[in-house]
Design a protein around this ligand. Structure first.
Ligand SMILES: Cc1cc2nc3c(=O)[nH]c(=O)nc-3n(C[C@H](O)[C@H](O)[C@H](O)COP(=O)(O)O)c2cc1C
Length: 460
């Protein structure tokens, strides 16, 4: 049983009307920002974030301190901070809890981050469907501005530049969570990803150096600055992947929800200790670890790392779900930590049908800019439809692999990889079920309602 920790990120979730400035301040909000802006230098703050070893919470796990270090503005260039609140990854619902239940933590994090990187303006790009979060944020920003924490002289300090925060609503496209599509959308363009390089830190919004970070990444900054980067980093169980994070669990567990815990707990702990174990005590069949774009874990599978220098050698022979959840450990396991929001499936789930459900989402959300993604997602759904409806052939299973391999690495952004990787993982780990569907289809009652599917993709 893992020990519960003293909550940091979620510490004000239980405070009555925590989204109001007076209540958030009584519970500690803005003390760190005030202290940082009045007594510390931007360079010191950047150094603390670097020492914290915080890996980006938006999915890719890039170290925030390193990203901030890429900024090298040329004469006349203005730096921007862009906070990614698009949160559209299926199974992921952590950022909205910060915006809804403690918006002042995000505003405080944004103020400290703007000061640290020298950005006069931060934009928070909120997923279109999250109208409630948008309202909460707007109210929090208005209150912070009125209190003098934003504007020309935040906390009464002349920084040489103002700090302003603006909220921008997306229109409900998953691709606008990809950072360069987000920047295009923010500029009023079509939300399609840009070629990289140049990376946003060099040429971002309005052609200016821009740091794009996830909501949870920025919301972690006040605690990092208050505790000091080293101390915050040590809250984690893993080296080089610091701190605490908000884990999400949905699916077949007794107590689905959000749980703050150190980086490096195991999936088994997350399911059994935090989420109360499997619903109805049924067996765990599979778990998608970090939002739908991450390859599935199979508890029957053992870690194969006999070589002593393998990063997972310590867990050789143990179940995949006993490996600590970290950006690097999960990469070594052949999956990704992603957004750290798990989708838990019991033995009632048919993996072919689960896969078809996911792939329909990707087909619908592909922006269509790159042919392998636009066509590949459609082909995956067509082949899966055939398998599910008993029109398939055994060769279709390898066709799914072939299509996925042709999508990987052949597009402008990581959307296609985020579709192909989970598809490949499903076939690799549950091949027998795909072969079975190729012969017999998926029985009625296990399949999702065709009329619902029809809304998304037309007649099957
Ligand atoms: C298709 C796609 C969707 C994404 N959606 C999100 C999202 O909703 N929120 C987010 O923070 N990052 C998302 N990302 C990752 C961002 O591109 C980017 O890496 C992240 O915002 C950087 O912040 P971080 O370093 O703090 O994680 C997405 C990436 C891809 C390829």
């Amino acid at each position: 049983m893992s020990e519960p920790i003293k909550p940091l990120l979620t510490s004000r979730y239980g405070v009555k009307e925590s989204w109001k400035l007076a209540n958030a301040e009584s519970a500690g909000a803005y003390a760190t920002a005030r202290q940082a802006l009045t007594t510390r230098k931007p360079e010191e703050l950047k150094e603390e974030v670097k020492k914290a070893n915080i890996r980006g919470r938006g999915g890719a796990g890039f170290p925030a301190g390193v990203k901030w270090g890429f900024l090298n503005p040329q004469a006349g260039e203005q730096i921007y901070l862009v906070i990614n609140a698009d949160e559209s990854e299926p199974g992921t619902f952590k950022d909205r809890s910060i915006m809804d239940l403690d918006p002042h933590r995000l505003v405080e994090g944004a103020i400290i981050s703007c000061y640290a990187i020298g950005a006069p303006v931060a934009y928070i790009y909120v997923r279109g469907e999250l109208a409630f979060s948008l309202k909460r944020l707007e109210q929090a920003i208005a209150e912070a501005r009125q209190a003098g924490y934003l504007g020309e002289r935040p906390f009464g300090v002349d920084l040489g530049h103002p700090i302003e925060i603006y909220v921008h609503s997306g229109a409900g496209a998953y691709i606008c969570g990809e950072e360069t599509a987000l920047l295009n959308s923010l500029e009023g363009r079509r939300g399609e990803p840009r070629l990289k390089p140049p990376f946003p830190a060099v040429k971002g919004v309005f052609g200016m150096p821009t740091i794009v970070n996830n909501v949870e990444t920025i919301a972690s900054v006040p605690d990092i600055i208050e505790m000091g980067g080293d101390a915050w980093s040590l809250l984690s169980r893993l080296p080089g992947d610091g701190g605490v994070r908000i884990y999400g669990v949905s699916g077949h567990v007794k107590n689905p929800g959000l749980f703050e815990a150190p980086v490096g707990i195991t999936m088994r702990e997350l399911i059994d200790d935090y989420a109360g174990g499997m619903l109805g005590d049924r067996p765990l069949k599979a778990v998608i670890p970090g939002g739908s774009s991450t390859p599935v874990l199979d508890p029957r599978r053992k870690v194969h790392a006999p070589a002593e220098d393998h990063p997972l050698h310590k867990w050789h022979g143990m179940s995949e779900i006993d490996v600590p959840m970290g950006v690097d450990t999960y990469r070594a396991l052949g999956t990704m930590l992603g957004t750290c929001c798990a989708i838990v499936m019991d033995d009632s789930v048919n993996m072919v049908e689960a896969c078809r459900n996911l792939m329909r989402f990707y087909k619908h959300e592909s922006c269509g800019q790159c042919t392998p993604c636009r066509e590949g997602t459609g082909w995956l759904v067509d082949v899966l439809n055939n398998l599910v409806h008993g029109r398939g052939k055994t060769e279709d299973v390898d066709l799914l692999v072939n299509i996925s391999n042709n999508m990987m690495g052949n597009t402008i952004c990581a959307f296609a990889d985020g579709t192909a990787m989970p598809m490949l993982g499903m076939v690799q780990k549950f091949r027998e079920e795909f072969m079975e569907a190729a012969v017999n289809g998926v029985p009625d009652g296990v399949r999702h309602d065709d009329s619902v599917r029809g809304m998304v993709e037309g007649a099957a």
